[in-house]
Design a protein around this ligand. Structure first.
Ligand code: SAH
Ligand code: SF4
Ligand code: F3S
Length: 463
């Protein structure tokens, strides 16, 4: 027997192993990291694959039909694995678990746990419960406490997500998020600042504040107080407090709703240099009639005004957005308005979605009358515009120096490293001697594509 074959592959072969897969948005990514920390605190270890795991967990998304279909397909495929491995536990949690609950349990008898968005913190306890007592459990109650789990992190990441709130009160007519995530609830600023400080102590340099509508942070709570000041911006105050935490070099956030971007918020951006120069602000459409049908609460001109105000506060600002094409009744002329507004805003990046009717939303009662090939053609036009614009914007970087926050080895080429600029562009470079993740490094840009800036390190990097 060789020495290596006698070394156990698992540090503790008794430990149960979990495999966790995440669908959906950054909020789900954050919830999943917190869940992983919860499970590890119970002694579970991460598994390298589904095959090796004793517990499979899926954090799910309901925002579009396609997102749900991916998960349904996955759960169908797991039936065979469940038959081969009698002790295997399968848990589905997050937005789709919340929306479908019992229906999901009925469709997939090999799934033991269906856990909604407000019950995620109970996963360890539910996983410990003996299966014989209840072969399937569905936990989708709303509004319970226990959100402290939201502060758990794997330490040592250069850039970390912080969920500052849950839920959404906007009720855009196409959107299932308010139903699956519940009403807006903001965490106390002191908790968020303390979490930022813990992360900074563990080496994090950049924090990414997350919420479905971060510019509404604290508003639901503030409105309940006597003497509520409509001109204040609890989110602006939070940005200043988080940026002031020693060790934090950069602050980002997503997504702000244009409706709540008031002067106090813009002032906080203007006066807080740690806030990055890249802003993701969902526009959805450039046609006022469609914006109204979507219940977005702004006109295209008002949206562009908000961007202009931020540009004035931050001359180097770059913008990205979310767009829905083919909303019920969207005409060619209305689509052209969206295209023109995107040009005026000068977005470098955008997530463009084909409208997908979601059961129970107000838009689901409207006729989904834009044919899918038309939606596809509109989406493609916008993507082509974006690519050309991004190429043009990036070309202007050639010969210039930019600062990146070093992340580590590039995913595409192991000899190169990557980092991000304040404008959220990926910079790729050959690491100078002693280069460390988490340092700020100046690159001179020699070549660019629509996605990437390639450069040579100019400075040794400052910690
Ligand atoms: N809270 C964020 C976005 C949440 S969902 C915000 O409003 O700022 C992410 C994006 O998915 C939305 O911005 C929207 O563009 C898209 N989306 C939501 N519901 C959709 C639907 N029914 N069909 C297509 N796209 C949708
Ligand atoms: Fe959905 Fe609108 Fe809330 Fe965003 S702001 S999560 S699009 S309801
Ligand atoms: Fe999807 Fe839920 Fe996020 S529906 S987009 S995972 S909030």
């Amino acid at each position: 027997m060789t020495l290596s074959s006698s070394i156990p592959t698992h540090s503790n072969p008794e430990s149960r192993r979990y495999f966790l897969r995440t669908y959906g948005c950054q909020m789900n990514e954050r919830d999943s990291e917190a869940v992983a920390c919860l499970l590890e605190a119970q002694g579970l270890l991460p598994a390298a694959s589904e095959e090796e795991a004793d517990v499979l967990l899926y954090n799910t998304c309901s925002v579009r039909d396609q997102a749900e279909r991916k998960v349904l397909g996955k759960l169908g495929l797991l039936k065979k694995l469940a038959q081969r491995k009698p002790g295997l536990v399968i848990a589905v949690f997050g937005c789709m678990a919340q929306r479908l609950g019992q229906e999901l349990a009925a469709a997939f008898p090999h799934v033991q746990l269906v856990v909604g968005t407000d019950q995620i913190h109970r996963l360890p306890e539910l996983l410990r419960a003996p299966a014989a007592a209840a072969p399937q459990r569905v936990a989708v109650d709303r509004g319970v406490d226990g959100l402290e789990f939201m502060g758990l992190h794997h330490p040592g990441r250069v850039s970390a997500y912080i969920a500052i709130m849950r839920g959404c009160d906007q009720h855009c007519t196409y959107c299932v998020v308010p139903e699956v995530r519940g009403p807006e609830r903001s965490r106390p600023p002191a908790d968020i600042v303390a979490e930022t400080a813990r992360l900074a102590t563990d080496g994090t340099r950049e924090v990414f504040l997350l919420g479905q509508n971060v510019t509404a942070y604290g508003l639901a709570e503030a409105r309940r107080q006597p003497g509520y000041d409509r001109n204040a911006s609890p989110f602006g105050d939070l940005l200043r407090a988080v940026a002031a935490v020693p060790g934090i070099a950069r602050v980002r956030f997503t997504s702000p709703h244009p409706r709540h971007m008031n002067a106090a918020f813009v002032a906080a951006v203007a006066e807080t240099p740690q806030i990055c120069d890249s802003f993701h602000i969902p526009m959805q459409s450039g046609a006022d009639r469609i914006l109204e049908l979507m219940h977005r609460g702004y006109t295209a001109a008002e949206y562009l005004d908000r961007i202009a105000a931020l540009r004035q506060a931050r001359p180097a600002a770059t913008f990205s957005t979310d767009i829905i094409v083919g909303f019920p009744g969207e005409t060619e002329a209305e689509f052209a308005l969206t295209r023109a507004a995107m040009d005026t805003a000068g977005f470098d990046h955008a997530f463009i979605f084909r409208y997908s009717p979601r059961p129970g939303t107000r838009a689901a009662a409207m006729t989904d009358d834009v044919p899918d090939d038309v939606k596809m053609a509109r989406l493609k036009l916008l993507l082509d515009d974006l690519k050309k614009r991004a190429e043009r914007h990036n070309r202007a970087y050639v010969g210039r120096s930019v600062e990146v926050l070093v992340e580590g080895v590039s995913a595409r080429n192991a000899e190169r490293w990557c980092g991000r600029t304040s404008c959220n562009k990926v910079g790729v470079f050959t690491p100078p001697p002693g280069c460390q993740p988490g340092t700020l490094l100046t690159l001179r840009i020699s070549r660019t594509t629509a996605q990437t800036l390639f450069g040579v390190a100019e400075s040794a990097g400052s910690p």
